[in-house]
Design a protein around this ligand. Structure first.
Ligand SMILES: *Cc1c(COP(=O)(O)O)cnc(C)c1O
Length: 428
């Protein structure tokens, strides 16, 4: 595989951007090798600047659920561009997408459009704090909620202690208001509410975690999250930036039959444009400016092109289409399990809806510390081997992978053939 152009592009980018990238994981630090510089994308495929084709299971980290450059979505976007690219004033396009979201996710009584998932989660916890007049929030180790200060926090020593910054630049005081707990640990959760319940403004969680690999919550655990927040007067914030319209047609909330107080959406809802949403119960959302005192704003919020792309994407995403994708994921994952057995590689394969992930681990992975014990060297080798064979997976075992409506049975078959060869090479 010729990578000359990507190598040159990477060298040039390093003279401009820290690490040559505009988001760290794109630098391929965890797997090594040259990050592919992309020229174009269509359907299930990415094409790099050297002309190599890849079956893409990253899909811009989730958004491209219909596949890249879907003809009808593109046409609608082009028509929208012709009508101007930003108004800074309300337009019916916002309401149209809002109505569609509300019809599909009934607990979304009121919502607000923002420009990134980071902005959505940051705004949701500000609202939780404003509503409850409390400062502490709970987050779970290994869950990712964007890069705002309150979430870049590592566990303190021992369980249910206050957090410490895990990035320079995050004030100790900010981190101290974030309590970090292990995922899927009901005892730690209960103990935390018993000790600090009166101070907790909100609990934020990925109902199906996709940022430490794919790790679904146990049903009893997430129901405890819902119950305990209710009992102690804290807000239950479900971060569905990744899982919304991905883990299930109705998101993680539908998988568990739970109703969040606030929900954050992103990725798929923007159809490949910078767009995200936070929303939920009217009693809380009405406390945001201009109705209420909790401030939140955005110059490009509700951008007409993003609104169009989101609407055109979601209106084409039917339960039937979702089921078809889910069937493909099941076939792929079943194939992976069979290959793991054939090559005697300890591998945990997990899928939910249109998402899948795997750990090179002989035990089921239930929380971040389990994921960390997986074989990362083997993952790096497998990733590189697959990439050489034109299969583009997320470049870290801590990331989930995705399928689109454009992935064909032949793409799945080609992927399994490549896995067979690569696992044979790595473990043979
Ligand atoms: C991607 C992601 C975010 C952050 O969204 P950005 O648009 O990258 O800021 C937040 N939460 C979850 C669960 C995510 O997967």
């Amino acid at each position: 595989m010729n990578l000359e152009q990507s190598q040159q592009a990477f060298e040039a980018a390093k003279q401009i951007f820290p690490g040559g990238v505009n988001s760290p994981v794109r630098a391929f630090g965890a797997v090594g090798g040259t990050p592919r510089f992309i020229d174009r994308a269509k359907g299930a495929y990415l094409y790099d600047v050297d002309g190599n084709r890849y079956i893409d299971y990253v899909l811009s980290w989730g958004p491209m659920i219909l596949g890249h450059a879907h003809d009808e979505v593109l046409q609608a976007v082009k028509d929208s561009v012709d009508k101007g690219t930003s108004y800074g004033a309300p337009s019916p396009l916002e309401t149209r997408l809002g109505q569609l979201l509300k019809a599909r996710l009934p607990y979304l009584e009121r919502l607000r459009m923002v420009s990134s998932g980071t902005e959505a989660t940051m705004s949701a916890i500000r609202l939780a704090r404003g509503v409850t007049k409390r400062d502490k929030i709970i987050k779970f180790i290994g869950c990712y909620h964007g890069h705002s200060d309150a979430f870049l926090v590592a566990a303190g020593s021992g369980l249910a202690t206050f957090g410490q910054p895990n990035s320079p630049g995050v004030p100790i005081g900010t981190a101290a208001d974030t309590i970090t707990l292990p995922y899927n640990d009901r005892e730690a959760l209960k103990a935390c509410f018993e000790a600090h319940g009166q101070d907790i403004a909100g609990l934020i969680i990925e109902g199906i975690a996709g940022n430490m690999g794919l790790i679904p919550a146990d049903e009893a655990f997430i129901k405890d999250c819902r119950e305990l927040t209710r009992q102690y007067g804290a807000l239950f914030i479900l971060d569905e930036v990744m899982t919304g319209f991905r883990a299930h047609y109705g998101g993680a909330a539908a998988v568990y039959g739970i109703e969040p107080d606030l929900v954050c959406l992103g990725k798929v809802v923007g159809g490949g444009f910078p767009m995200a949403v936070f929303g939920g119960k009217k009693v809380y959302m009405d406390q945001i400016a201009p109705l209420g005192a909790v401030y939140q704003a955005g110059t490009l919020s509700g951008n007409p092109i993003a609104m169009t792309a989101g609407y055109e994407t979601l209106s084409r995403l039917s339960p039937e289409l979702f089921d078809q994708m889910e069937q493909q994921v099941k076939i792929l994952c079943q194939g992976l399990r069979e290959l793991a057995a054939k090559h005697q590689v300890p591998m945990q394969v997990v899928h939910r809806g249109t998402m899948f992930g795997f750990f090179f681990n002989d035990q089921p992975v239930r929380q971040f510390s389990d994921a960390a014990e997986s074989d990362h060297d083997l993952f790096a080798k497998v990733h590189q081997g697959l990439l050489k064979r034109g299969i583009y997976l997320a470049p870290s075992q801590y990331e989930a992978n995705f399928i689109s409506a454009a992935h064909s049975p032949e793409d799945i078959e080609e992927t399994l053939v490549a896995f067979d060869q690569v696992l044979g090479d790595c473990h043979g």
